[in-house]
Design a protein around this ligand. Structure first.
Ligand code: DAH
Length: 346
């Protein structure tokens, strides 16, 4: 009787085929499950006579192996065929996922524009360290010891003492002028872009770090007229022809005479608006003739050579170009802000 049952199920197992995982699972439960047919047959086997056990034992084991190997073979083939269906479901005519092209930071765009304009006048680009000593940041630039002019720039000090004075984060890029002049003899004609640091509370109008471009031109017979013409050309190139400039007397320890340069407001073209506080003018940089003391501090003969220097904030220039009211936007890395500056020149 048990033998008949085994024979009957053997035929069924042999005849069984499927490519579907759920049907195969049904098969597994039916035959190999804990309440399945094999278990049932093994239970029945326990109660057959000793003679029958002898003849049936082998048949029973073969039957179990058949069910198991059928299950394993079908499992493999259903998995393969499922993987195949997944593949064939891909629509190869769909467009691919495009790469989103990043954008330059607005400060990088402005910096590059400044560099390119001055390159046309023969200015090269120089750089210096952001961690600077007192000599390069202050003393060589004619800031006397204990002079209140040092308070014009709130400094982040790093270390007291040192061969060339206290170590600090540079407060302006004018320090690079000194490094450049110490390393050679005129002519010098370079601009020096870089990051500077000041100990200021962060707000929409001030930040503890920002960017500047320093300019330096030293040679024989350099005059204030050269300074004016160079900066006038720069402004026409950057903001368009017809932009007016005016110079106001000012004070910097490292230039004599010193001036601040205003341009006609780029927003209202000089008519007066909120941006220029209805004056029609906006200040963009400080400049002047390099003080002879600075030249001498750097080993340059101030009787033979003269020069001019200027310094501007890149954020300020960018603000005038793009009207960005809050300085903090430049360093927050908000992609929604940065994405707006896609330029043709990547
Ligand atoms: N270093 C000045 C500042 O950070 C800017 C400056 C003014 C630079 C006049 C110059 C200059 O080279 O001649 O405020």
């Amino acid at each position: 009787m048990l033998q008949d049952k085994i024979a009957q199920y053997t035929d069924k197992i042999n005849a069984f085929v499927t490519e579907k995982a759920d049907e195969l699972e049904q098969f597994r439960i039916k035959y190999l499950g804990s309440k399945g047919i094999i278990k049932e047959i093994f239970d029945e086997f326990k109660s057959v006579s000793v003679e029958e056990k002898r003849s049936l034992g082998k048949v029973l084991n073969e039957f179990k192996q058949l069910a198991e190997s059928k299950y394993l073979t079908l499992k493999e083939s259903t998995e393969n065929s499922e993987a195949k269906t997944e593949n064939t479901q891909q629509d190869l005519t769909l467009p691919g996922e495009g790469f989103e092209i990043g954008s330059r930071h607005p400060l990088a765009l402005v910096r590059r524009e400044i560099v390119e304009i001055f390159a046309k006048l023969g200015f090269t680009v120089a750089e210096g360290p952001e961690i600077e000593d007192d000599w390069h940041n202050f003393s060589a630039l004619n800031f006397p010891e204990e002079h209140p002019a040092r308070d014009m720039q709130d400094t982040f000090f790093i270390k007291k003492g040192g061969e060339k004075g206290d170590i600090a984060l540079r407060t302006h890029t004018s320090s690079v002028q000194v490094r450049m002049m110490e390393q050679g003899q005129p002519p010098f004609r370079a601009i020096m872009p870089g990051r500077v640091y000041r100990n200021e509370a962060i707000s929409a109008r001030a930040h503890c770090f920002f960017h500047q471009v320093e300019g330096l031109y030293v040679d024989e017979n350099v005059s204030f007229a050269d300074l004016k013409q160079t900066l006038f050309y720069f402004v026409q190139e950057l903001y368009g022809e017809g932009t007016k400039v005016r110079f106001r007397p000012s004070y910097f320890p490292f230039t004599e005479p010193s001036a601040e340069m205003d341009i006609s407001c780029t927003i209202c073209k000089g008519a007066g608006c909120q941006f220029c506080k209805y004056s029609g003018w906006v200040e963009i940089l400080g400049c002047g003739m390099v003080d002879p003391n600075v030249l001498e501090n750097c080993g340059i003969d101030s009787k033979k050579y003269s020069g001019f220097a200027f310094g501007m904030g890149i954020e300020r220039i960018a603000n005038l170009k793009y009207v960005i009211k809050d300085l903090r936007l430049f360093s927050e890395n908000d992609a929604r802000f940065l994405k707006q500056f896609k330029s043709a020149l990547i």
